[in-house]
Design a binder for this molecule. Sequence first.
Ligand SMILES: *[C@@H]1O[C@H](CO)[C@@H](O)[C@H](O)[C@H]1NC(C)=O
Ligand SMILES: *[C@@H]1O[C@H](CO)[C@@H](O)[C@H](O)[C@H]1NC(C)=O
Ligand SMILES: *[C@@H]1O[C@H](CO)[C@@H](O)[C@H](O)[C@H]1NC(C)=O
Ligand SMILES: *[C@@H]1O[C@H](CO)[C@@H](O)[C@H](O)[C@H]1NC(C)=O
Ligand SMILES: *[C@@H]1O[C@H](CO)[C@@H](O)[C@H](O)[C@H]1NC(C)=O
Ligand SMILES: *[C@@H]1O[C@H](CO)[C@@H](O)[C@H](O)[C@H]1NC(C)=O
Ligand SMILES: *[C@@H]1O[C@H](CO)[C@@H](O)[C@H](O)[C@H]1NC(C)=O
Ligand SMILES: *[C@@H]1O[C@H](CO)[C@@H](O)[C@H](O)[C@H]1NC(C)=O
Ligand SMILES: *[C@@H]1O[C@H](CO)[C@@H](O)[C@H](O)[C@H]1NC(C)=O
Ligand SMILES: *[C@@H]1O[C@H](CO)[C@@H](O)[C@H](O)[C@H]1NC(C)=O
Ligand SMILES: *[C@@H]1O[C@H](CO)[C@@H](O)[C@H](O)[C@H]1NC(C)=O
Ligand SMILES: *[C@@H]1O[C@H](CO)[C@@H](O)[C@H](O)[C@H]1NC(C)=O
Length: 835
Amino acid sequence: MRAFFLLASLGFVAAENGLDGWLRYAPLPCTTQCHSKVPANIVVLNATETSPIYVAGTELQTGLKSICGSHAELIHGQCKASSSVVVGTIEQYRKTCGNLSEIPELEEDGFWLSTKGNDVQILGSNDRGALYGAFEYLSMLAQGNFSEVAYATSPSAPIRWVNQWDNLDGSIERGYGGPSIFFKNGTVVEDLTRVKQYGRLLASIRINAVVVNNVNANASLLSSENLKGLGRIADAFRPYGVKVGISLNFASPETFGGLDTYDPLNSSVIKWWSNITDQLYQNVPDMAGYLVKGDSEGQPGPEIYNRTLAQGANLFAKALQPYGGIVMFRAFVYNQLNESDWKADRAKAAVDFFKPLDGEFEENVVIQIKYGPIDFQVREPTSPLFANLLNTNTAIELEVTQEYLGQQSHLVYLPPLWKTVLDFDLRVDHKPSLVRDIVTGKRFNRKLGGSAAVVNVGTNTTWLGSYLSMSNLYAYGRLAWNPADDPEAMVQDWIQLTFGLDPTVLKTLTRMSMESWPAYLNYSGNLGIQTLTDILYTHYGPNPATQDNNGWGQWTRADHTTVGMDRTISNGTGYSGQYPEEIAAMYENIDTTPDNLCLWFHHVNWTHHLHSGKTVIQHFYDAHYSGADTAQSFFTQWESLKGKVDEERYNHVRHRLDYQTGHSIVWRDAISNFYYNMTSIPDDSKRVSHYPWRIEAEDMALDGYKTYTVSPFEAASRSVAIVTVSNNTVGTATTKVDFPSGTYDLAVNYFDLYGGQSHWQIYLNDRQIGEWIGNSEDVLSHTPSIYLDGHSAIRIKFRGVTVKKGDMLKIVGKPDGVEPAPVDYVSFLPHGVVD
Ligand SMILES: *[C@@H]1O[C@H](CO)[C@@H](O)[C@H](O)[C@H]1NC(C)=O
Ligand SMILES: *[C@@H]1O[C@H](CO)[C@@H](O)[C@H](O)[C@H]1NC(C)=O
Ligand SMILES: *[C@@H]1O[C@H](CO)[C@@H](O)[C@H](O)[C@H]1NC(C)=O
Ligand SMILES: *[C@@H]1O[C@H](CO)[C@@H](O)[C@H](O)[C@H]1NC(C)=O
Ligand SMILES: *[C@@H]1O[C@H](CO)[C@@H](O)[C@H](O)[C@H]1NC(C)=O
Ligand SMILES: *[C@@H]1O[C@H](CO)[C@@H](O)[C@H](O)[C@H]1NC(C)=O
Ligand SMILES: *[C@@H]1O[C@H](CO)[C@@H](O)[C@H](O)[C@H]1NC(C)=O
Ligand SMILES: *[C@@H]1O[C@H](CO)[C@@H](O)[C@H](O)[C@H]1NC(C)=O
Ligand SMILES: *[C@@H]1O[C@H](CO)[C@@H](O)[C@H](O)[C@H]1NC(C)=O
Ligand SMILES: *[C@@H]1O[C@H](CO)[C@@H](O)[C@H](O)[C@H]1NC(C)=O
Ligand SMILES: *[C@@H]1O[C@H](CO)[C@@H](O)[C@H](O)[C@H]1NC(C)=O
Ligand SMILES: *[C@@H]1O[C@H](CO)[C@@H](O)[C@H](O)[C@H]1NC(C)=O
């Protein structure tokens, strides 16, 4: 009884496995007060079970019971005089319940919420709006907010979509939360329970459509069996007001339809697509539309036939017009480039391709533009394409799945990054031109617009592969509704809904979240140099060399003396000239370019002094140390919440943050050493390449182990690690410890590869200090690596170990599969030292 009370009073509900996300409806501490404040009846103005209004009624009943412990009667179709929550459309309310006091005009999907007086009114401009209002009311109650409110709210834009990059075989491109909830083995899964649950989460953040398959699309989606499957997915989503859209492969008429062309102007191709569209709408009568990636990264497109991207987009637009569907056409189009051409610049591609086509797109085409001109980097300037399409609908593309930003194994709360773009003023025609006002259609008077985010939830019960990364999905929905919303306020709502109302939890997790993107930025790519992950492999760990010397155009142009892309008009690629005059002038001149984009726009000496007064190279060093320090603090901050968060989630998050403390050091050292190696300019603070508390594995006495030179070199301390001499030899590495006697945290840096689970033991004299296995590929969410590199480099810690000078340190490594029990170094860390 006592235990139960304690649990209830902390606001935990059973099985905190993440499935309910922020819709847990945890019981409030003082249930009696709550009870007296919520109505006794729920009047539901639509009795059709598949109606979002019906769903709203059920959701309200469940929520009130769970949050307040009160049972409310459901009354369908008729109005009851008092103590009711009434949920329905405004029109139904007027018909059924009579007069309604003056309420503000609502846009499509908007709602009115009033908790004043005896009744609670939740009235949508349509069914979907009513459901959104119900979730809003429950969100207030779940946060213990019983204020009397009466207000109307409407979406900033009609397009509030998510994109899933799910493949038909069930894998997900850049997905870190397990396999697809939609597809398996080429077809739509039988059991759509998870699809319904996803619909519920999305409705609660007012998302109105999901593109269910990868933009790198497979035409087999159009088989008659799969069209029926799409119909079932749409049926599962419909009660939540979520529509289905699909990605198309441009070459489908040829590869799937058996035609000998896919020329968008060919009449048999046109007919083929309109036939497919007809068939789709027979199965999915309310389909949202299509998403198309054409002529990009090997995907087929109209240019093969010398047709423009507009002609390609319009092909689909016309097929959709009879049904009111929308084509989201991606602006992510670029060609491979030659780095020896100083003026070649991938960042210019979108404007080069699309600006000449402005005004040529059908009214139901929306150009979907990534926030920056390259590809979801840790910091990019705002895509200039937003300022170059004045007669075309646009939407912004964000990425919730942390492709280049830690893949859900690092805590990175993304809205502060997104806001650098949404709130950016492009000064088109010298007038205020915030990106958020452009994509919502306000600035250029476009009817259509909004946002899409790549989300990539999977079957993992945490959805994204980590509890904490769900704040990004939650906040994405909030920003799609209102891009002026505040990142801190949003995360605070999410924290209270996800972890309860404890003020310490709120304060701590708010701080961690708000510090997380700046920290990641600091220990990855600074000053606009981009992310510095390995862009040729998993997009996860550090490998700055991959940015250059290839055709992908994501270059840094770093060498012994200089670094940065010259994107000026005067001597560079001319990219800065793609912005409106005021912005172009700001970026053209290094004196007016902010430090955080210095290397994006200018090619400078490593010794160039920033506005901050620091040199570029010293800024790199300092930022990497400071970012990694902040990451260490996430772990201790989280540990301070022990007992305030349920065990299951506490341990899961603790493990990840512990991992992040280690991997942030891998990042710090890799980037610092890479550029120290390149420039030979030492760190003023003498940290880089000085590691006084380390013992390198290769310096130990080896038996069954041999040295191994790691590539890229900066991924290992002093470039060298040890591996077992064969995959069935147990290796031993020993050395005498020369540090002063005392208590230390022992940190072991090793490599955890995909394809084996080695076993390690660590001893001082013959006392075992710890043991572990290389199973992070099963436990963490990021893409694993089959090499010893910056992705597989990892650290484990054993805390509070008593060490005597002269002790013998011994590591015993047992290889498994392709994983040869690799070890890089051991650090003996006195209290407070990070090395
Ligand atoms: C009730 O909901 C169903 C399903 O969404 C819809 O078809 C019907 O028109 C709605 N009824 C009213 C009276 O709005
Ligand atoms: C509705 O009520 C308002 C006052 O609440 C009143 O001014 C108005 O005349 C009423 N309209 C009808 C049609 O009854
Ligand atoms: C309660 O909710 C309303 C409506 O969302 C909001 O305006 C108000 O600030 C909230 N109050 C508190 C104390 O959070
Ligand atoms: C996968 O689908 C193929 C037909 O496309 C079928 O032959 C096979 O049995 C299926 N495999 C599984 C595991 O369901
Ligand atoms: C498309 O999907 C089908 C069915 O799963 C599969 O057999 C085929 O290999 C896929 N094609 C590509 C290019 O991935
Ligand atoms: C559309 O395609 C289907 C399946 O390929 C075919 O049976 C049907 O005749 C086509 N309809 C038209 C109008 O071309
Ligand atoms: C496209 O145009 C180029 C150059 O104008 C020409 O060489 C090529 O044959 C054309 N391709 C097609 C498919 O018409
Ligand atoms: C979720 O993913 C994590 C890490 O990828 C894994 O440890 C866990 O077993 C998964 N859980 C489920 C239910 O899929
Ligand atoms: C101007 O561009 C050339 C390459 O065309 C480059 O070598 C040179 O360093 C640049 N000058 C300055 C001042 O950046
Ligand atoms: C960069 O350094 C070189 C050599 O030290 C010097 O000649 C050049 O003027 C410097 N460039 C700038 C832009 O400071
Ligand atoms: C840079 O690293 C390479 C590869 O490990 C090494 O050969 C070279 O000596 C290093 N240069 C400096 C200046 O440290
Ligand atoms: C060990 O390596 C050999 C030779 O490379 C290979 O044939 C064998 O499959 C490996 N064993 C394991 C368990 O991976």
